[in-house]
Design a protein around this ligand. Structure first.
Ligand SMILES: Cc1cc2nc3c(=O)[nH]c(=O)nc-3n(C[C@H](O)[C@H](O)[C@H](O)COP(=O)(O)OP(=O)(O)OC[C@H]3O[C@@H](n4cnc5c(N)ncnc54)[C@H](O)[C@@H]3O)c2cc1C
Length: 473
């Protein structure tokens, strides 16, 4: 008996990976519909007036080195659909207590020359990595497979696999280069003593020079809207305000792609999944949470090191030892007194974000998964330390603990922004050796809980949809 399907593919969740998966399906001339719980598409790529009228804040992600460099996004006509990348003069600033800062400029030489005795080491490391990033990214932003550039990947892997702390201490002699590398590596949300944590420092350092760390003019939502509009142009549909509680609620389709994390998939699929696979998903490890604040400001942040105003991203934590301590404590379930704080100041480079003369600011620190502790004072004190008088510029703030982040987006389990801890095992076998597939025919995972993991690049959705096309059509 012939089975009639309403769609070839249904996608749960309109995050960047769900949108990417749907676009791959639609581009292959398959009928596709996304069911999204929120009232706007984008998942971790959304903007909203979180504080005062006229102030546009990025609800989750804000800075896009992996977005501008994504092999999949680069194949799409995003500019035609309204995406304008803004490249601040520098990718990143990392201030110290002596009122100076290291600024990661696009030019390796300019950055290296500020690092004194570590200039040659820095030049050697990031000179090669950034020159190779274009080819390396094809293997790094991909599932485990035979690499296209094995020699380069092997060389990268032998450094990337190391604990960030050990790597920084062996590679650099001075506090400034070590602190800078620690800030980059702390994006891993792993203790810097953990194997594999250096990978994040290397990738983010390489992209800072190779691609820049851009923001999107008008806010993150413009990127999600462009992906949505392109999907619509290919005939794909997006149904908003449609939370899915059980796969049985979905229209009949050959393929279901889930832009959710393993814990949610277990709930959605229930006994459709064999119990041993369900057990594997239940054992999947989530990582630290994030505590996020968005501010409306009457003036730019008054950085003591004025060069911090050249970058959209600022890392606050100064030394390797301070950043490493903060990350280690959080991993062990405690709250750091001087948390490592990641700051984004988009309105310095994009006048669409705030009324004339006013500014937006975005920051988060890491906290234990599921924490409900208010970190506002600790985060603001860190900013004050490097920018005295900052508090005087605050007009309004919107805070989000891990619990509130998960309320905004069910994928942020316990506030984990990466869709699962990137421990060594989960970096490669993510969420387990099945990767995108499940033992249930036609059912796939396509979120950042699959390779290559967290970040706005859409590559998880791209590879999941490619797999589904191969298996099912
Ligand atoms: C505070 C914060 C800051 C970040 N900063 C950056 C950054 O600057 N740069 C960067 O590259 N990355 C950043 N990230 C990470 C990035 O946002 C994520 O890695 C990325 O969005 C993951 O994409 P995804 O499609 O896998 O999932 P998500 O973007 O989380 O999307 C999942 C979507 O699925 C929907 N959904 C879930 N369950 C259901 C259901 N049952 N029914 C219907 N819909 C459902 C959700 O509502 C959501 O829209 C940040 C994340 C956070 C939270």
């Amino acid at each position: 008996m012939a089975t009639s399907y309403e769609y070839d593919a249904v996608v749960i969740g309109a995050g960047p990976n769900g949108l990417a998966a749907a676009i791959v399906m639609a581009a292959a001339e398959k009928s596709v519909a996304i069911f999204e719980a929120n009232e706007t598409p984008g998942g971790g790529v959304r903007s909203a007036a979180l504080t005062l009228p006229g102030f546009t804040h990025d609800v989750c992600s804000a800075v896009y080195p992996l977005g501008i460099g994504s092999p999949f996004f680069r194949s799409l006509p995003l500019a035609h659909y309204g995406v304008e990348w803004i490249q601040p003069p520098a990718a990143l600033a990392h201030p110290f207590d002596d009122e100076t800062a290291i600024v990661v400029e696009r030019q390796i030489e300019t950055t290296a020359s500020a690092l004194g005795a570590d200039a040659a080491s820095y030049r050697k490391l990031f000179g090669r990595l950034s020159a190779e990033w274009e080819s390396l990214s094809i293997d790094v932003l991909a599932p485990p497979r035979w690499p296209r550039h094995p020699v380069k990947l092997l060389r990268f892997g032998s450094s990337a696999i190391q604990p960030a702390r050990r790597f920084a201490e062996r590679r650099f002699a001075g506090d400034r280069a070590r602190g800078l590398f620690a800030g980059l590596a702390a994006h891993s949300m792993l203790p810097l003593e953990r194997w594999g944590s250096a990978a994040f420092g290397l990738v983010l350092g390489a992209t800072a020079h190779a691609l820049g760390w851009p923001i999107v003019r008008g806010g993150a939502q413009r990127l999600a809207d462009a992906l949505s509009a392109y999907l619509s142009s290919l005939g794909g549909k997006i149904f908003l305000r449609r939370p899915v509680h059980n796969l049985a609620e979905l229209p009949r389709s050959r393929v279901v792609l889930c832009d959710v994390t393993p814990r949610q998939l277990v709930k959605l699929a229930g006994s459709l999944l064999p119990s041993n696979y369900r057990d594997k998903l239940k054992n999947y490890a989530y990582g630290m949470g994030a505590f996020k604040i968005d501010w409306a400001l009457s003036a730019p942040v008054p950085w003591r090191a004025q060069e911090c105003s050249r970058a959209a991203t600022v890392h606050l934590g100064a030394s390797l030892s301070e950043i490493a301590r903060s990350e280690r404590m959080v991993w062990r379930g405690f709250h750091a007194n001087n948390p490592f704080v990641l700051v984004a100041q988009p309105s310095l480079f994009d006048d669409c974000r705030a009324p004339a003369g006013k500014h937006t600011l975005w920051a988060y620190c890491h906290v234990p998964n599921g924490s409900n502790v208010d970190m506002t004072d600790k985060i603001e004190s860190q900013i004050e330390r490097f920018a005295p008088g900052f508090r005087d510029a605050i007009l309004a703030r919107c805070i989000a603990s891990p619990v509130e982040l998960e309320d905004r987006n069910a994928n942020l389990v316990g506030g984990d922004i990466n869709g699962g801890a990137p421990t060594l095992r989960q970096m490669f076998l993510r969420p387990n050796y099945h990767l995108y597939s499940t033992p249930t025919r036609g059912l796939y995972l396509c979120s950042s809980s699959t390779p290559p993991g967290g970040g706005v690049h859409g590559m998880c959705g791209y590879f999941a949809a490619q797999r589904a096309l191969r298996d099912m059509f």
